[in-house]
Structures are given as C-alpha cells and as structure tokens.
Design a protein around this ligand. Structure first.
Ligand code: NAD
Ligand code: UD1
Length: 329
C-alpha cells in the first residue's frame, strides 16, 4: 500500500515509517518539522534501505493536502501530526485545538474527496482518565485534565461520526500507552526540546549528566511501592502495531489499546534502567505532579486477538535502546 504518514518525522511516526517500509509498503511523509528534524527522514531511508517521499507541509493547510492527494494514489493515512505537551496545552488551548482538530478534520475531508478509505489515528490512553485499571476499549471515557487530552477524545468522536456516515471510510483508533525506547540502530528516537516532561527522556538526560537528578513525582499513591504505575511499550513494538492495524482494517471504526498489559512503577523503571545500562540514576522523591493518576495500564487482549499483534520487547530492551539513542545525540 501507498501510505501517507502525517507527522512521519516525529518520534512514533519515524519508527512506524521504518516498520511500513520493512513490511513492503511505500511511504509519503507530510510533516511541518515543528517538533522534528528533516535529518530523521534520511535516517528512516538509511535504516530501511528504501526511499520515501517527503513533503514539508502543515497538515492544517487544505491546499497543500489537496496537492499531495492529487499527485499520489494514496491507499491509507496514518495521522500522527499534532502537538502533545500536556502543560503547554493548558497554557495555549486554542493552539492545541486548532492544530490537533483541524488537521484531523481536513485529512478526513480530503480522504473522502479522493476516495481514500483507510485512516489510522494516534490516540492516547489519556482518554480513559482515572478509570479502574486495566483499561479496556469498552470503558466509558472520563474527562481528561487538559486540552491535549480533550483533542484526542474529540478527534475520536469526529472520526467515528464521519465513519458512521460514510460506511466505506474505515478508521482504526489506536490508544497508545507510554511509548519509550528507540530503534536499535540508535539513529532515531525521542529527542524532546527543552527539559523533558516524560520520564524516559528525563532519565536518559540524567544518565548523560545533562540533568542532575530525577524528581520522582510522589510515593504515596495506592500502588505497590507508592510511585506511579504506567504501561511502558517499546516504540518499535508500537510501530509494528500500526502496520497490523492498517493491514487488518475492515469497514467501520475499530479502537485498540496498544500497550503491553503490564504496569511498571517509577522505581521499577529506574531499577531496570540501572540494570540494563549499569548506570546509577540519582533521584529525589518530590510532591505529586498535578493531573497525574496512580495507575495506567492496558488490557491489550483485543489488539492481540484481532490484529494478531503482541509486543516482543521487554523493559530492559526499552531502557537499553533509549540510552543508546541518547548517547548518540
Ligand atoms: P512528535 O512530536 O515526535 O511527532 C509529531 C510530529 O508531527 C512532529 O514531527 C511534528 O513536527 C509534526 N506536526 C505537528 N503538527 C503538525 C502539522 N500541523 N502539520 C504537519 N506536521 C505536524 O510526537 P510523537 O510522540 O511521535 O506523537 C505522535 C502522535 O502520537 C501525536 O498525535 C501524539 O499526540 C500521539 N501520542 C503520543 C504519545 C507519546 O507518549 N509520545 C502518547 C499517546 C499519543
Ligand atoms: C504523560 C501525559 C499524558 C501523555 C503521556 C505521553 C501528563 C499529566 N500526562 O503521561 O497525557 O499522553 O505523557 O506523552 O503529563 N514521572 C516522574 N518524574 C518525571 C516524569 C515523570 O516521577 O520527571 C512519573 C509520573 O508521575 C508518572 C510516570 O513517571 O507516574 C510517567 O510519566 P510520563 O512519562 O510523564 O507519562 P504519563 O504521566 O503517563
């Protein structure tokens, strides 16, 4: 298939491009490089030994989208492009609603116009709010604590309504848990601007000496050791989940959790990182971070069953690959 990957120069998008190319698909990337570098496109080609077509465009630009769709015969779209910083979304809600919602609506519009029937959307476990773990796709969604999360809930609803009104338009909504790690080549990975919000890039920067110590946000949660529990998933396994979703997409709207199904506490993650890389990570326990929940992990059985997809990489590989990438930066 010929797949348009929006946000394909980003963290998850770049790994998914590699997975698509390795599975024999062709890739067209549309990315405005607002949170990525063009060099990533070269790395994707280098790793896969295949060419990709790259457009530096903003996917909220309808004229630019029309041009891409009229130039190429596209079989499906994977829509990663969007902004994802929770704190920034609280400060600049309009910017987040504009980018994340307008991009989704315009892409769907152009797909309908050009008869593109496969649409895969990047959603997040954040849509479950503070439900009881493990999270299942059938659960009612609870309010998220920030505009970023709301853009995911709203995009899911918009795509569902569009698919219901256009039976040939098939949508796969993928709810990611916590992607970490990097490609084993060490060439592509997560390189956030400024001080990282997410734990793994923070830990790798402490390991490198760029940051002094990790602040563990709370040790009084109702979890095994009091620290927050998350479902960390290797980004390459997550990327493979997209290929499986695309290749198994039938008519209608299908929602899948992409996680390992296993919860890991902050202290367990630190221990795994220290073991995997033989580096000590200094830390302080500080107050809880506002908006955090105690536990978030998936029931991933639907994706396992219907997509024939399971994760292959464990926590040690996630920590090893994340560190290899950081060392190369
Ligand atoms: P990322 O920032 O690395 O990648 C997003 C890419 O989209 C970047 O390359 C950026 O330049 C591009 N982009 C943003 N707005 C654009 C626009 N208007 N036009 C064209 N390109 C644009 O983020 P990521 O971690 O790879 O996340 C990809 C998607 O997955 C996002 O939608 C994100 O919300 C979602 N998601 C990420 C996580 C996570 O932990 N990383 C978790 C759940 C969901
Ligand atoms: C965060 C976002 C979520 C988003 C996800 C992936 C918030 C409130 N939630 O989720 O919407 O979908 O990232 O991008 O920002 N931790 C520390 N110290 C740190 C950083 C994190 O102890 O410096 C802890 C957190 O309290 C949490 C765990 O590590 O228990 C994971 O945090 P993080 O990587 O930020 O992911 P989420 O909180 O799951």
């Amino acid at each position: 298939m010929n797949i348009l990957v929006t946000g394909g120069a980003g963290y998850i998008g770049s790994h998914t491009c590699v997975a698509l190319l390795e599975a024999g698909h062709s890739v067209i990337i549309a990315d405005n490089l607002s949170n990525s570098k063009e060099q990533v496109v070269d790395y994707v080609q280098h790793i896969s030994n295949k060419d990709v077509i790259f457009y530096k465009v903003d996917v909220t630009d309808e004229v630019a989208l029309n041009e891409i769709f009229s130039r190429h015969l596209i079989d499906g779209v994977i829509h990663f492009a969007g902004w994802k910083a929770v704190g920034e979304s609280v400060e600049k809600p309009l910017m987040y609603y504009m980018n994340n919602l307008v991009s989704t609506m315009l892409l769907a519009k152009v797909c309908l116009l050009y008869g593109v029937e496969r649409f895969v959307f990047s959603s997040s476990a954040t849509v479950y709010g503070d439900n009881k773990v493990p999270f299942k796709e059938t659960m009612d969604l609870l309010p998220t604590t920030n505009p970023y999360g709301e853009t995911k809930v709203m995009s899911e609803r918009i795509l569902t309504d569009i698919a219901n009104a256009n039976p040939a338009f098939s949508v796969s909504i993928l709810r990611y848990f916590n992607p970490v790690g990097a490609h084993e080549s060490g060439l592509i990975g997560e390189a956030p601007n400024g001080i990282p919000n997410n734990i793994m890039p923070y830990v790798t920067q402490v390991a490198k000496g760029k940051l002094e110590k990790l602040r563990v946000f709370g040790n009084d949660y109702p979890t095994l050791d009091g620290t927050g529990v998350r479902d960390y998933i290797h980004v390459v396994d997550l990327a493979d989940g997209h290929v499986a979703a695309l290749e198994n997409l039938n008519e209608g709207v299908h929602t899948y959790n992409l996680g390992t199904g296993k919860g890991t506490s902050v202290l367990e993650l630190l221990k795994a990182f220290e073991e995997a890389n033989d580096i000590e990570i200094p830390f302080d326990i500080v107050d809880r971070r506002p908006g955090d929940i105690a536990s978030c992990f998936a029931d991933a059985s639907k994706a396992n069953r219907e997509l024939g997809w399971t994760v292959k990489r464990d926590l040690i590989e996630m920590c090893r690959d994340a560190w290899r990438f950081e060392k190369n930066l």
